[in-house]
Design a protein around this ligand. Structure first.
Ligand code: EPZ
Length: 417
């Protein structure tokens, strides 16, 4: 299994370009199932999850051509095999996003239950409940969601919990349903808005995306379109935290500050000097960071996908701070690894008290999930000595060329087979 080896102590300095957003690209690729015509998707990040999603769509019958390094052309002319098999779904939970489009387009779907993952049980009951409200017949047996619907109809759906992919699945299904669907308590994440923009370009009638109430008026069919994926706000936040923790100075190109308010506010509170442009973010950390308390919550509040990264920042900051994780029940897997590097973190329930220390020490650590891996990379960058991170397939799922981008910023990092 591949590893990353990092020699700590170099402040990150320089400029990098931010890639397309993984959590926008994945649902947008699924939108191709809704139309017989070709969907051109630009700024698609080269990630393991994207490759997995393209493979999943191809085995359903979607024609796929990579028409340049970052653009994908997808043609859902025929969908002879509306099935998402376990061996693909088990490697990527976002496969559940094919369920709504398959039902809306073909009237049938057999999608493997994604199963839990490191950060929690992650049920899909809200996806199923919403589709049933739209008239789908759904049974869950032998680990598969078996769904059918002669024609989905509009419905008023109030989500028990804010669910990002739940909102996305139901929004996609509703585009071809007969009548109007209203999703209340909808997720407001920017990735939901990006998907809505793509669907609208395909002829969907959607209003309210980005608010907690989204209204979709069904149409008979969607046509092809061309859509450019938004920049990845979590990749942006991850590099900003890495620069802050290493007392560096970086500029992100192709980044959007307007969708990172909660993260930028916390970085400023920790002492970072930040300036932003139309499509750029500049950060300089001149002194040791100050601890900042974090409480994760749905957008526009502080994103759970940035929690592990701030855990590292607080581990080397001045003072103590509380980090509360309200979204997932088991998203502190990085804590024991950080403690092996000398961090002082005490966990009680969904809260972690972090007492900042002058230094962390390099060690061999193990990645457990995508964002935990990112926090271990940041820890390795700031630790004294050498850190080896094992099981880095987790990080390749969500960060494009991470060691190249970090090396470009002066990090001493290499990948080992
Ligand atoms: C999306 O996951 C993201 N993934 C996650 O990013 C992100 O952490 C999460 O939203 C929260 O922002 C993608 O967009 C592909 P949820 P999702 O449904 O949609 C519970 C990353 O690192 N829930 O918003 O699966 C659930 O257990 C990944 O890029 C139900 O109970 O998350 C959780 O506690 C990790 N029933 C809460 O809701 C359901 O049917 C929010 O989950 C659905 C969700």
């Amino acid at each position: 299994m591949q590893k990353l080896v990092i020699e700590g102590g170099s402040p990150l300095r320089g400029e990098i370009r931010i890639s397309g957003a993984k959590n926008a690209a994945l649902p947008i690729l699924c939108a191709t199932l809704l139309s017989r015509e070709t969907l051109h998707v630009e700024n698609v990040p080269h990630l393991k999850d994207v490759t997995t999603m393209l493979g999943l769509l191809a085995q359903m019958g979607v024609g796929i051509t990579l028409d340049s390094s970052q653009c994908v052309a997808l043609s859902g002319r025929e969908i002879p095999n509306p099935v998402a098999p376990y061996e693909l779904v088990k490697t990527m939970r976002a496969s559940i996003l094919v369920l709504g489009p398959l039902l809306a387009r073909t009237g049938r779907a057999s999608v493997s239950l994604p199963g839990g993952c490191a950060i929690g049980l992650r049920p899909v009951d809200l996806h199923i409940k919403g589709l049933q409200a739209m008239g789908a017949e759904i049974e869950v047996e032998n680990g598969y969601i078996k769904a059918s619907a002669s024609k989905l109809h509009g419905a008023r759906i109030c989500m028990d919990l804010v669910s990002v992919t739940g909102t996305e699945n139901l929004m996609m299904a509703a585009t071809l349903a007969s009548g109007v669907t209203v999703i209340e308590n909808a997720a407001r994440e920017p990735e939901v808005v990006d998907l809505a923009n793509c669907l609208t370009a395909m002829g969907a009638k959607i209003s309210g995306a980005g608010s907690d109430t989204i209204e979709i008026e069904g149409v008979d069919e969607l046509h092809g379109a061309r859509h450019r994926v938004m920049p990845d706000r979590i990749e942006s936040g991850t590099f900003l935290v890495a620069a802050a923790a290493s007392l560096g100075k970086i500029k992100l190109h192709g980044a959007r500050a307007d969708i990172l308010d909660a993260v930028l506010d916390k970085l400023s509170e920790s002492g970072a000097h930040i300036s932003t442009g139309e499509e750029s973010i500049f950060l300089e950390m001149r002194d040791r960071p100050k601890s900042v308390s974090i409480r994760t919550a749905p957008y526009p509040a502080f994103p759970t996908d940035m929690q592990a990264q701030f855990m590292v920042l607080n581990s080397v900051a001045e003072g103590s701070a509380l980090i509360t994780e309200t979204i997932f029940e088991n998203r502190f897997m990085h804590v024991q690894e950080l403690c092996r590097m000398g961090a002082h973190i005490e966990v009680e329930g969904n809260a972690a008290m972090v007492r900042g220390k002058e230094h962390l020490g390099g060690a061999t650590v193990m990645a457990t999930d995508l964002r935990a891996s990112a926090s271990l990379v940041i820890a390795g960058l700031v630790a004294r000595g050498e850190t080896t991170i094992e099981r880095i397939y987790h990080i390749d799922r969500g960060y494009e060329c991470i060691e190249e981008k970090l090396a470009q910023l002066g990090a001493k990092i290499r990948r080992m087979a």
